[in-house]
Design a binder for this molecule. Structure first.
Ligand code: DER
Length: 228
């Protein structure tokens, strides 16, 4: 099976968690996009009665194309279930690195305020310890990027400004900010998450130290469920 087959498996499994009247946080990334498409099919075929709160412009565009009614976070009130992807999941602690798609700031707001936050990954994302091979993205205020860069250099985190593939210059996020990727040792995810957000000029980082459940797509028939 390809990696996409495994992603589709968990996306289909996650769509079964959605019930009528729920408000759903719609994550960003290729796996979340498969989930959004599955949900769109259920809205169309079963007239599932839900509202979606998108975590990025990309998720918003896809969800509206799929016919999922959308609301803003302040209209939504309580989010019943947030479904999102991840770049890495640490075995045991279920701490995450997210932000490979540059959307971690709005994702974290929605994922963290949801009653339940479920993460969808294929088995290649599950690692024994977080951050060994995957950088942590930091969303940074553009006017502060030089001072943040200096701080990160002093911290020996090998910082690099994320450049766009589609235009000259840095990636600019849905919130109008820049992204600097860093490598850093993560002993305690919750501690490192706070430390990185304490750097003046950093808006949000891609360490997510809390999620409720992880659905892991693997080559066996059943989707593996990881819980703390
Ligand atoms: O950018 C993000 O946080 C995405 O959720 C990312 O972590 C997972 O994207 P993928 O499903 O395309 O691997």
């Amino acid at each position: 099976e390809t990696q996409d087959d495994l992603k589709l498996k968990v996306a289909q499994e996650a769509s079964k968690l959605v019930k009528d009247e729920m408000v759903i946080g719609l994550g960003s990334g290729s796996t979340s996009n498969m989930f959004i498409k599955e949900l769109g099919k259920r809205v169309l075929e079963e007239e599932l009665y839900i509202y979606g709160v998108p975590t990025s412009f990309d998720a918003k565009m896809l969800a509206s194309q799929c016919g999922i009614p959308l609301v803003s976070l302040d209209q939504a009130g309580q989010i019943d279930l947030a479904v999102d992807g991840a770049d890495e999941v640490e075995e045991g602690t279920l701490s995450l690195i997210k932000g490979g798609g540059g959307c971690h700031t709005m994702e974290k707001v929605i994922d963290y305020c949801a009653k339940e936050f479920v993460v969808l990954v294929d088995e290649s994302k599950v690692v024994p310890s977080l951050g060994e091979n995957t950088p942590v993205p930091l969303e940074v205020l553009p006017f502060a990027y030089s001072t943040v860069l200096n701080t990160l250099l002093e911290m020996n985190t090998a910082p690099s400004i994320r450049v766009s593939g589609g235009k000259m210059g840095p990636v600019i996020t849905d919130n109008g900010n820049m992204i600097i990727d860093v490598f850093t040792k993560i002993d305690e995810a919750a501690v490192k998450e706070k430390e990185l957000n304490n750097i003046v000029g950093v808006v949000e980082n891609g360490i997510f130290s809390k999620c409720d459940k992880v659905l892991v797509g693997n080559s066996s028939k059943k989707v593996k469920v990881l819980k703390k």
